[in-house]
Design a protein around this ligand. Sequence first.
Ligand code: ZN
Ligand code: ZN
Length: 465
Amino acid sequence: MRKLLASLLIASLPAAAAVTEQDIQTAQKLRDQALSSPLAYDLVKSLVVEVGPRLAGSENNKKAEDWAVAKLKSLGFDKVYTEALTIPTWTRGTIHAEIEAPYRQHLAITALGNSVGTDAKGIDAEVAFFDSLDDLKAADPKEVKGKIVFINKRMARAQDGFQYGTTVGARSRGAIEAAKLGAKAVLIRSVGTGLSRFPHTGMMHYQDDVEKIPAAAVAVPDANLLEAMVKEGKPVRLHLEMTAKPGPETTVHNVIAEVTGSEKPDEIVLIAGHLDSWDEGQGAIDDGAGIALAAAAGKLIKDLPRRPKRTIRVVFFAAEEVGLFGGKAYVAQHKDTDLAKHVLAGESDFGAGRIYRIDTRFGPKGDDLSAALNKVLGPIGVDVGSNQAGGGSEVSLMPAFGVPVVSLRQDGTHYFDYHHTADDTLNKIVPAELAQNLAAWVSTVYLAAQNDSPLRPIPEGDFGE
Ligand code: ZN
Ligand code: ZN
């Protein structure tokens, strides 16, 4: 009888809110604490000062891993560990490029990641000039054979950086398409929006059955110079020398830290950035900021009087720049163990500008969490946006395994002025903007760790990023 009465009572009660008022208040406190916290900035500063650039597989990358393990331990996480993976290495070497005719001029240029070099005497050849990768693909091989291809695709500035996706193909596939038509090398206009003379590096790819030719990026003003000469109508000749070369495989590590959940420790909220960077700058905005935010968000939650219900897993992914290797390894290593227990994942990898929107990928029962996010993030200028988030960088590999994700959209208006250049330095980070990022991340992660409504199954589809 008592049993029956109890079940009647339960049935007549309104369903418990998936996110309680108390959870929201705690998230608001974390948010406000983060807004005045120097922690994220101090972390990225420490990485920049004590390690600096950290090309995947380099000596400095090892130092960065050691820095990360020591730092995460000193922050007092419940667990700190690493997971090994194997990657190919690459060295930049030196590069020298000169316009020889019609007017002799030096070019500001940088090798693209993964590129082979030239032989010692370099390449002397006429330029075959194209406005885009598509124009190159449509070219008559006679226009290209024996020449240095130049792809002059421009990238326009935008808050969401959407043109990166439409421009970067020249960088990633330019060498393949140029070599198919018999080119000796490929140069691209830097994939960037700045006016500075820093060229933008980034990963490029080869195809097994196509000859591997050298690939490099020219700074924006130098691309303009080359374009002006081409438009004069006289043949333009270049000299290119570079010693870049792919190297042997090596072992690197994803570095992971956890705040163990108090009620459902086997369920995981993952927050990430990538630890590696390109080698010419300091890797401050890409992606020192991201790993600093992930660690700082975890630390603020750890310092609460009570652990959250679920485990917070902070991941510093390895070797993102050179091909998402850390993310691929993570998915491979976790898909048969706990990937199904990831209740939410997100990654910061778009610089350090203010967050203006949060996109989600939640199932039909995600409304409570979305409403809570709206309430907590609205006052710091973050709107809840679409439900078609990709998750960003490594995390973008996870929706295919059913993992719900968030994308916290950062203002990228100036991101591509510095992205992958020697000018990616700490002074591009505005501490107050980074603190606003931390406020958005820490409250999002905390609410997800408390939310009792399932976010799976997520909407299907490849929504990109
Ligand atoms: Zn990045
Ligand atoms: Zn990058």
